[in-house]
Unconditional design. Structure first.
Length: 336
């Protein structure tokens, strides 16, 4: 990675007080940026992040100036706020979203307003303010979506790619992940609480599987995508671990030395039994200079991806890690 990519750049991180956004911000603070703007509608999240990274007992304004960071309370649904937040910005990491599947299912219009209209506001603002690079953080739930969350993220992806086709100074790209371990609302937290409270561990199904990546590795892939992007790519992280949710529950239970019963409760509305990183109408290709990222080229006709590709992009065909391997990953990554 080019160490000077972020040097003396003004960077905006939307959703910057969230799980992945906050790690992006803290990592950027080591990159000698000119300024980092953190945009979030979560007042408490901004406060906690500001306390964590600016703990010296000074006024907030002085702490922000010392650390070259600006905490912006606002919502991406507000175009005027987006316009102000993107002024004189070089690089945008767009991580703001409503992402929990059940919440989005019950609040479909609100999910659309944030995930789609909010992204549209940022695109428009970025073009107007001549932002150089814009990377949108997406999800495997956007591939053949069955949930409102996935559908809204796919719509946002399409807006990003379409914006890149217009003649402007901004390069727009997308990066898709699987589930991020220990992000807010991660199933790991639910399992830990159920074990602590001596309850049954609730799992949606015996064969339900997902792709997973740690927050640290996700941020590394985001930074790598910035190095590679030419504009118009949908990057896909292709080296993620895959395992059945029930094996994750068993691994956590084993690490803690507990014997809680595992209870199968069935899929929630909008959830899939398996996850795919790309749809049957998308062709994934390896990036010529990366072992971690592929990129998608869209086709009009249904594609017959090879078995090897299916192992990389479909959790149904992927090589699932067993319980002992999952335990080793959790202990190595110090996830809890």
């Amino acid at each position: 990675m080019k160490n000077n990519f972020f040097l003396n750049k003004k960077i905006l991180v939307t959703g910057g007080s969230g799980s992945i956004g906050s790690v992006i911000v803290k990592t950027l603070m080591k990159k000698k940026c000119k300024v980092i703007r953190v945009l979030s509608n979560d007042e408490n999240g901004i406060y906690e992040l500001s306390e964590e990274i600016t703990s010296i007992n000074k006024k907030l304004k002085l702490k922000m100036e010392d650390n070259k960071i600006r905490f912006l309370l606002g919502d991406i649904r507000d175009y005027k706020r987006c316009l102000l937040a993107t002024q004189d910005v070089d690089i945008i990491v767009h991580a703001a979203a409503i992402k929990h599947v059940p919440i989005c299912e019950y609040n479909k219009e609100e999910a659309y307003k944030t995930n789609v209209l909010g992204t549209k506001n940022l695109i428009k603002s970025s073009i107007k303010n001549k932002v150089k690079f814009f990377l949108f953080i997406s999800t495997d739930k956007a591939a053949e979506p069955t949930s409102s969350m996935g559908k809204s993220k796919l719509q946002a992806e399409k807006l990003i790619i379409k914006a890149n086709k217009n003649k402007n100074n901004t390069k727009f790209s997308v990066i898709r992940f699987g589930n991020i371990l220990l992000s807010r609302g991660s199933v790991v937290y639910k399992f830990l609480k159920q074990i602590k409270d001596k309850e049954s561990i609730t799992v949606t199904g015996k064969s339900v599987s997902r792709f997973f990546i740690s927050i640290k590795k996700a941020v590394e892939r985001i930074f790598e995508a910035f190095q590679l992007m030419q504009g118009g790519e949908v990057f896909v992280v292709i080296n993620m671990s895959s395992f059945k949710i029930i094996d994750l529950a068993k691994a956590i239970r084993s690490i803690l030395g507990k014997k809680n019963r595992i209870k199968i409760i069935g899929l929630r509305e909008g959830e899939k039994k398996y996850e795919k990183l790309v749809s049957d109408y998308e062709n994934i290709q390896p990036h010529p200079t990366s072992n971690s990222l592929g990129f998608i080229k869209n086709k009009k006709n249904k594609l017959n991806n090879s078995q090897l590709q299916k192992q990389l992009i479909d959790s149904r065909f992927a090589r699932h890690l067993n319980t002992e391997h999952i335990k080793r990953i959790i202990l190595k990554e110090k996830l809890f």
